[in-house]
Design a protein around this ligand. Structure first.
Ligand SMILES: *[C@@H]1O[C@H](CO)[C@@H](O)[C@H](O)[C@H]1NC(C)=O
Ligand SMILES: *[C@@H]1O[C@H](CO)[C@@H](O)[C@H](O)[C@H]1NC(C)=O
Length: 216
């Protein structure tokens, strides 16, 4: 009976060893897509997780701490969906070419820090596409379209221009849309501004150059 109990105990502790489970295969995704990396982690009973960190090529990109919540290293496109218990799922949205690399997860308890010995390799294909809107010479948040909602004030009126930056590993160009004048009237419900005329690219291309040695 005692032996059985010992056996059961050792199985239990074996299951709760230090560990991180990542997808077995490398991930290959397209730029602009939304990628979720499923992940789980275990540790011996009695440990309390204080902080968790995801790194890309050893550089911290997102962390969650018991004391300060979620913090970002460099990109707000990275979101930690897990918790301080056993879930270390992370999401990258939208994915950019520079997101390729080796991803590893690390967690810290009151007694030690533990890093996954294996990193997950992520490759990204396609072209990066970023939109920048300028309103009366002021930069606005990124995004392919702008929305005006109810409560929009007169100060939102004026000239809007959209610039699109497209880049790949060896090539990049900038396209610019014609300026659109927006007049805000009293009763606006909802209005969306899209860089429509730029869709053909040809007319608006300002620059076309080779970035043969530039890492994007
Ligand atoms: C981990 O969290 C993600 C996001 O909340 C969820 O979709 C997933 O099911 C969780 N995994 C486990 C094993 O609970
Ligand atoms: C918008 O552009 C037009 C034409 O270039 C110009 O006359 C006007 O002053 C601009 N309005 C603002 C608010 O910048």
């Amino acid at each position: 009976m005692e032996a059985l109990l010992l056996l059961a105990l050792s199985i239990l502790t074996a299951c709760q060893d230090w560990g991180v489970t990542l997808p077995a295969d490398p991930l290959a995704e397209r730029s602009g897509s939304c990628v979720t990396i499923p992940c789980s982690y275990t540790y011996p009973e009695g440990q309390l997780v204080r902080a968790v960190t995801w790194s890309q090529n050893k550089e911290r990109i997102v962390e969650l701490t018991a004391a300060a919540g979620q913090g970002y290293g460099k990109a707000e496109r990275v979101q930690f969906l897990g918790d301080l218990q056993h879930n270390c799922t992370v999401r990258l949205n939208p994915l950019a070419l520079g997101d390729r690399g080796a991803y590893s997860f690390e967690f810290q308890t009151q007694s030690q820090s533990w890093r996954s010995p294996r990193a997950l390799c992520l490759t990204v294909s396609g072209l990066d596409q970023f939109y920048f809107w300028v309103h009366n010479y002021e930069d606005l948040p990124r995004g392919p379209s702008l929305q005006f909602e109810q409560g929009t004030t007169l100060s939102y009126g004026g000239n809007y221009t959209c610039t699109e930056w497209v880049s790949g590993t060896r090539l990049g160009y900038l396209a610019i849309s014609p300026t659109t004048y927006v007049a805000i009237l009293d009763s606006i419900d909802w209005y969306q501004l899209s860089p429509g005329p730029m869709a053909g690219f040809g007319a608006g291309v300002l620059l076309l150059f080779l970035l043969s040695n530039l890492r994007v």
